[in-house]
Design a binder for this molecule. Structure first.
Ligand code: T5A
Length: 214
């Protein structure tokens, strides 16, 4: 997998923390800087990967085996990387992605209890060396995120999980951010939207400055 020179930015966090809302803000920030970019999401981002998303998110009576769920996430990701992410980065475009492999560590690893080593194995297989350059984690108390999400739509299969599941998801995101502070920035998403976006803008300015000095 040959990649770069574009930058790869991912936006992560638990349910209802404001990823979708703030993706639009980040996109307008990129536009203001004149940075050629694409906006995409996971699971999804191509017609086939969006079909897999539908399979993953639809509530169903049949229990979904944790390996099935994990492999479907990475099947969608492999398609998304091959068709969208890698070609864009190779063209020099920046890629702004709503969730990526950190979500797999947080939801399948933290939430479901799948071994992190198993996830790392698939990550290496599907992504080879490719990792995000910047991961913005929107962090808010679980109850606050779920409350915001519940006002917006019917719960999908993940949103039907119990509180404890989402606490594990949050903890996993925070512990990954602590381990690799160069890649991750945590933004307090419990604040007003205006303040969240001020903080995001600051993080993006710092990232841009560091990128220019590389
Ligand atoms: N998944 C995904 C895995 O399990 N493994 C994986 O590897 C991957 C990639 C995908 C699901 O798949 C799982 C995780 C997810 O459960 P999704 O749609 O990408 O689903 O993720 P969701 O978390 O479900 O996204 P949501 O759309 O529910 O939440 P958002 O995008 O975080 O929140 P948003 O922007 O829609 O905001 C929710 C509401 O809050 C308001 C907004 O206006 C909106 O009404 N809001 C605020 N209100 C006050 N103050 C603020 N600061 C606010 N910010 C937002």
């Amino acid at each position: 997998m040959i990649v770069k020179p574009g930058k790869f930015i991912t936006v992560e966090g638990g349910e209802g923390v404001g990823k979708t809302t703030n993706m639009a803000f980040i996109q307008s920030w990129l536009e203001r800087q004149g940075i050629d970019h694409i906006k995409t999401r996971e699971p999804g981002g191509t017609p086939l990967a969006e079909d897999i998303r539908e399979l993953l998110l639809s509530p169903r009576d049949e229990a979904v085996n944790e390996n099935t769920e994990l492999l479907l996430m990475f099947a969608a990701r492999a398609q998304h990387l091959a068709e969208v992410i890698v070609p864009a980065l190779e063209r020099g475009q920046w890629v702004l992605c709503d969730r990526f492999t950190d979500a797999t560590y947080a939801y399948q690893g933290g939430g479901r209890g799948v071994a992190m080593e198993k996830i790392a194995l698939l990550e290496n297989l599907v992504q080879e060396q490719l990792r995000p350059d910047l991961t913005l984690i929107l962090d808010a108390p679980v109850a606050q995120g779920l409350e915001r999400a519940s006002k917006r739509s019917q719960p999908d299969r993940f949103e039907q999980e119990k509180l404890d599941f989402f606490e594990q998801v949050r903890e996993c995101y925070l512990s990954r951010a602590k381990k690799i502070p160069m890649q991750y920035r945590i933004v307090d998403a419990s604040q007003s939207l205006a303040q969240v976006q001020l903080d995001l803008g600051e993080q993006l300015n710092q990232f841009m400055e560091a990128s220019c000095n590389e």
